[in-house]
Write a protein that binds this ligand. Sequence first.
Ligand code: BDR
Ligand code: CA
Length: 312
Amino acid sequence: MNDIIKRKIILDCDPGHDDAIAILLAAGNPSIDLLAITTVGGNAGVTHTTRNALQVCEVANIPHVPVYRGCSDPLVRKGETAAEIHGESGMEGPVLPEPTRSAEKEHAVDYIVRTLLASEGDITLVAVGPLTNIAMAMRKDAAILPKIKEIVIMGGGTFGNWTPAAEFNIYVDAEAAKVVFDSGVPIVMMGLDLTHQASATGEVAEQIAQIDTPAGRLVNDLLIFFRKTYQDMFDIADPPVHDVCCIAYCIDPTVVECKHYRVDIETKGELTYGMTLVDRHNVTGLAPNVQFAYKLDHSKFWGLVKDALAAL
Ligand code: BDR
Ligand code: CA
């Protein structure tokens, strides 16, 4: 039997309903080697997002995957949460088991720096919350830059969801996003243009409701809550599970189609703070820095998610 070559990832997240599903997909797919989960303040404060991550790990039955608590606040601005979408705790809806362990003592930023420096350049960073931890790690020791295989980011897009111009993750810490997008490290960007195609349609939700495993039941509960808040806040009937796109790409890059574009981050605009400027026609003449995902294979994507949930 051939050994699968697993893709090593560190998942930096702020669970978060879609973050939780991303953790479950990473845990339940045999081609992912989930080295660690690092948490950041975003959808809720970092105390909540860390606890949520630990609770999802219980359901996923991954006691060997350490959880490192990261930055509570953005680099420059005051933190902002998304209680309107995810509830006060960041993951309202399901009843979750108490964590049977705590987060590691080491800070997430120190863990990221230490692990990358000791690596052979084969680790992918998957960042599905504000980019504070990743930017801090880059600033702490620039020697990590050539060690990062790729950064797969959920953030930005050619339209906003937190302001008319900006997507939530980039808006919360645009200064951090600027550090990361200007770093020269290969970036794959799953912005709203792509993630809004990852909709949990009624048909998908019905199929997930039939998956009678702890993970299947958790995602069913997550989607019930997420569907309601997306309907109430955005008038979107089928909620998009943004963050999951990043893990699906790590499992099978053909699940998305990308174009190589220049993307810059706005940090000064009065109305456009946190906007990602996607230079589709290379009007700036600047070298492209981002693989911009624009098309999702919906059926392949949900196939990966359903398989993982059934396996957990
Ligand atoms: C992003 O913001 C968060 O609310 C979600 O978890 C996702 O990472 C979507 O804009
Ligand atoms: Ca998130």
